[in-house]
Design a protein. Structure first.
Length: 573
């Protein structure tokens, strides 16, 4: 028996819990087959076929009837779902999961929740999900184009994708295509079991005269249980708009939210990235709602700034603070001669929200190490053994391959005004939708158009003996669209939809009592090293790199890695 075999055998006798620190898990919602017509003679502009799934979002409904539920929505073209309104085109698809301590997630329902007939089949674009009514329901918003002028709609669903409030028009502007939000969740300013007030900001995309808009929305439940949703106010926050892709987040200032937008009526926007504080309180005059605005970065010659993302840092109770992390895309068109989009770099800054001004640090370049840098996304979360409040900056690939890998860059705070890059997590699958572009309205543009979203999920199996990854307290959750392989090894025609869970908070294990000392002296003059050492750039030590289907098999991989590490150290010694 050789030395490696002996080490592997010895390591395999150690309980898996001694090594396992969580594995990336994937729960399938739908495959990429049965997703509508394919192209026969090549794609055509403004003839959308549907990519399978895109514009995905997810929200936890902690107080749903019957127990906590996870709701996932996407613009989808799957044709084989019972009672489907889809006929080779697209609608809003909703899937729900029960949280199960032994299995993690158990699929509850999957159904279409729109049946629209829009111009160019724009029936449910850029979906956003926000928990409302004290975490008993979810507000789903999206863009819909019934008359060659995209409008903004909302409906309220319960934890099993049933409608509590039907599709309701929330915002429409003359010659302004007001579409879905840049963020995957609205900014809540007030919440109770009977009323929720929130703010969403939406893009416009018309003929150069359109604006970027923010609007106040209220969801109410009366004594008889009837749920309604309506717009309370709206204001123009960007006069020159083409691709603002606005983000909006809550703040520690009561009834105030922060928005960030790319300004300019060209692609990319030619003015810059600017943020502003909005007073969302009821009864405020519209001309007094914008408290202040401030540029984060402006265009310099052929260097443009666009695509902002914002993550608010939360305190130990989960409440928003006035610390935020802001990123944007820097596009360098020098030397491109009009070809493609230009070189892109992610810039990141830490900002402090004050009542009269926004202060921020010098932007830092290139947080995302690889992948497509034109379509980043961010969300607020927690990471590491102590659940430190961080921002997750997501970057993926536009290739949509069967084994596409992206990254989640973990950004933490340091001191009073600095940031720190905690680590990069390689995530598979994580794609950004070249197929979405191919089957969309501009199919001959060689780029992706999807934007990843993320949220946090408390593991129902945490601390449960024999439960689902019981050592993991919190997961980073991502509804994911990616290309999958069939059993014969061929690629599915369009994009699949799934839920990816990445271990994020793994508390330090309780210390194990020392065994009785061995009375016999150690015959090996070189003492055995510990089998596992933490990665130098991974203070959380919480992610294995395997992709599963709702299972946890990271322990064996970590055992193998530990065994190889021991062998290498022995050879060096």
């Amino acid at each position: 028996m050789n030395r490696l075999t002996k080490i592997l055998l010895a390591a395999s006798l150690v309980p898996a819990s001694a090594y396992a620190q969580g594995s990336i898990a994937e729960f399938d919602i739908h495959s990429g087959d049965q997703a509508g017509l394919l192209w026969q003679n090549g794609p055509r502009n403004n003839d959308q076929r549907g990519a399978g799934a895109e514009h995905q979002a997810a929200a936890l409904i902690p107080n749903a009837e019957g127990g906590a539920k996870l709701v996932v929505s996407a613009t989808a073209s799957y044709t084989d779902i019972p009672d489907s309104p889809v006929n080779h085109r697209i609608q809003a698809l909703c899937a729900s999961y029960k949280l199960d301590p032994m299995q993690g997630l158990v699929k509850d329902q999957i159904k279409y929740v729109t049946n629209n007939n829009g111009d160019e089949y724009q029936n449910a674009h850029k979906i956003s999900l926000t928990p409302v009514l004290g975490g008993t329901a979810v507000l789903q918003t999206y863009g819909y184009d019934p008359n060659n002028n995209t409008q903004f709609y909302g409906q309220v669903l319960d934890g099993s994708c049933n409608k509590l409030a039907n599709q309701t028009l929330l915002l429409a502007k003359n010659n302004d295509d007001v579409n879905g939000t840049g963020d995957a969740e609205a900014a809540i300013t007030y919440d109770s079991p009977t009323e929720t007030r929130l703010v969403e900001c939406v893009i416009g995309n018309g003929n150069g005269r359109d604006d970027g808009w923010c609007l106040g929305i209220s969801v109410k439940k009366d004594a008889a249980g009837k749920v309604t949703v309506k717009r309370d106010w709206d204001i123009s926050v960007v006069a020159q708009e083409e691709r603002t892709r606005m983000y909006v987040v809550p703040t520690a200032i009561p009834e105030h939210v922060l928005y960030c937008a790319a300004e300019g009526n060209s692609q990319p926007p030619q003015i810059g990235v600017r943020c502003g504080l909005i007073n969302a309180a009821p009864g405020v005059n519209n001309n007094e709602r914008i408290v202040y605005r401030k540029f984060i970065a402006q265009r310099e010659g052929q260097i443009y700034r666009t695509t902002p993302n914002v993550a608010v840092v939360r305190d130990a109770e989960g409440k928003p603070t006035n610390d935020v992390v802001i990123s944007y895309v820097e596009v360098d068109l020098r030397g491109r001669n009009g070809r493609n989009k230009g070189k892109t770099t992610i810039m990141t800054t830490r900002a402090k929200i004050g009542p009269t001004s926004l202060e921020f640090t010098t932007p830092s370049p290139d947080m995302i190490p690889f992948g497509d840098k034109a379509h980043p996304s961010m969300c607020t979360g927690n990471y590491g053994p102590n659940g430190e409040s961080v921002a997750f900056l997501l970057g993926g690939s536009i290739v949509d391959g069967a084994r596409t890998t992206g990254t989640a860059t973990v950004i933490g705070l340091e001191g009073t005004n600095a940031m720190k890059k905690v680590r990069d997590i390689a995530i598979q699958p994580l794609a950004l939708g070249y197929i979405s572009q191919y089957y969309g309205n501009n199919p001959n543009t060689p780029q992706g158009r999807n934007h990843q979203t993320c949220a946090m999920l408390r593991n129902p199996g945490y601390g449960v003996v024999g439960g689902f990854q019981p050592e993991v307290k919190d997961f980073l959750l991502m509804p994911s669209t990616s290309r999958k392989l069939r059993q014969d090894g061929t690629a599915q025609d369009k994009l699949a939809l799934s839920v990816v869970l990445v271990p994020a908070v793994v508390p330090a294990a309780a210390p194990t009592p020392d065994p009785e000392p061995d009375p016999m002296p150690n015959p090996d003059p070189q003492p055995e090293p510990d089998p596992v050492e933490p990665e130098p750039n991974d203070p959380g030590g919480s992610v294995g790199g395997c992709s599963t289907s709702g299972s946890s098999n990271g322990a064996m991989i970590l055992v193998l890695g530990a065994a190889v590490a021991i062998l290498r150290r022995r050879r060096r010694n």
